[in-house]
Design a binder for this molecule. Structure first.
Ligand code: PRP
Ligand code: URA
Length: 208
C-alpha cells in the first residue's frame, strides 16, 4: 500500500512551522498535538456507522452513530506521547497502551524498555503513534509486539517519514495502513530524516 499523505492545508501549514528550527518547545508540542488531531480525522474515515432512531425537539429521525468498534491508541515512547492528547480529542473513549523504544545511536536498532497494552487489545482496532518513521525499525518492532498480543487491525500514524522507513514498514507489515503528514526525501548518514524536523522527542520535551 502507498501511504496516505494527508494534504490538508491546515496540516501542511502547521508542519512547516514544526520543521522550522526557530520553533520553541511549547509551540512545537502544541503543533504536534494539533497535527495528530488532523491525522486522526483522516485515519478514522473508515469507521463503521449504524443507524439509530432518536427524537429531536422537532420530530423522530433516523441518524448514524459509530457502530461500537473498539479502539486502542499505542504511542511509541517518548515522542509518540506528543500525539496522544491530540488523538484523544477525537477518540476520548479509546484505551491506551504504551511501548517504550529508543534507537541505539550507533546501530540505529530499536531497544525496547517498556510494554503495557490493554488486556483486550486483540479485539481492538489499534492506532500506533510516532511522529517520525526513519529507518522504520521502531515502528516495525512496536507493531510486531502488538501483533504478538493478538491485535489484527493496525494502522500507523506519523507526521514525517523517510521513503526507507515506509518501504521497510510495508515489507515487514504489509497489512498495516500508513497515514502521514509528509514523505520526505531521504535519511542522512546518522539516520535522520532530511529535511525532517530534527529529533522529535528532544523538540517536544526540550531535552538536549
Ligand atoms: C525516534 C522517533 C521514533 C524513532 C524513529 O525516537 O520518535 O520512535 O526515532 O526512528 P526509526 O524509524 O529509525 O526507528 P528515539 O529513538 O529518538 O526516542 P525518543 O522518542 O525517546 O526520543
Ligand atoms: N527520529 C527523530 O526524532 N528524527 C529523525 O529524523 C529520525 C529519527
Amino acid at each position: 500500500m502507498t501511504p496516505m499523505i494527508v494534504e490538508h492545508p491546515l496540516l501542511q501549514h502547521k508542519l512547516s512551522i514544526l520543521r522550522n528550527k526557530q520553533t520553541g518547545t511549547k509551540e512545537f508540542r502544541d503543533l504536534v498535538g494539533e497535527i495528530a488531531t488532523l491525522l486522526c480525522y483522516e485515519a478514522t474515515r473508515d469507521l463503521p456507522l449504524e443507524e439509530v432512531e432518536i427524537e429531536t425537539p422537532i420530530t423522530m429521525a433516523k441518524t448514524k452513530v459509530l457502530a461500537g468498534r473498539k479502539l486502542a491508541l499505542v504511542p511509541i515512547l517518548r515522542a509518540g506521547m506528543g500525539m496522544l492528547d491530540g488523538m484523544l480529542t477525537l477518540l476520548p473513549a479509546a484505551k491506551v497502551g504504551f511501548i517504550g523504544l529508543y534507537r541505539d545511536e550507533t546501530t540505529l536498532q530499536p531497544v525496547e524498555y517498556f510494554c503495557k497494552l490493554p488486556q483486550d487489545i486483540a479485539e481492538r482496532d489499534v492506532l500506533v503513534l510516532d511522529p517520525m518513521l526513519a529507518t522504520g525499525g521502531s515502528a516495525i518492532d512496536a507493531i510486531t509486539q502488538i501483533k504478538k498480543h493478538g491485535a489484527k487491525r493496525i494502522k500507523f500514524i506519523g507526521l514525517i517519514a523517510a521513503p526507507e522507513g515506509i518501504k521497510a514498514l510495508h515489507e515487514a507489515h504489509p497489512d498495516v495502513d500508513i497515514y502521514l503528514g509528509a514523505q520526505d526525501d531521504h535519511l542522512n548518514e546518522n539516520g535522520y530524516i532530511v529535511p525532517g524536523l530534527g529529533d522529535a522527542g528532544d523538540r517536544i520535551y526540550g531535552t538536549k
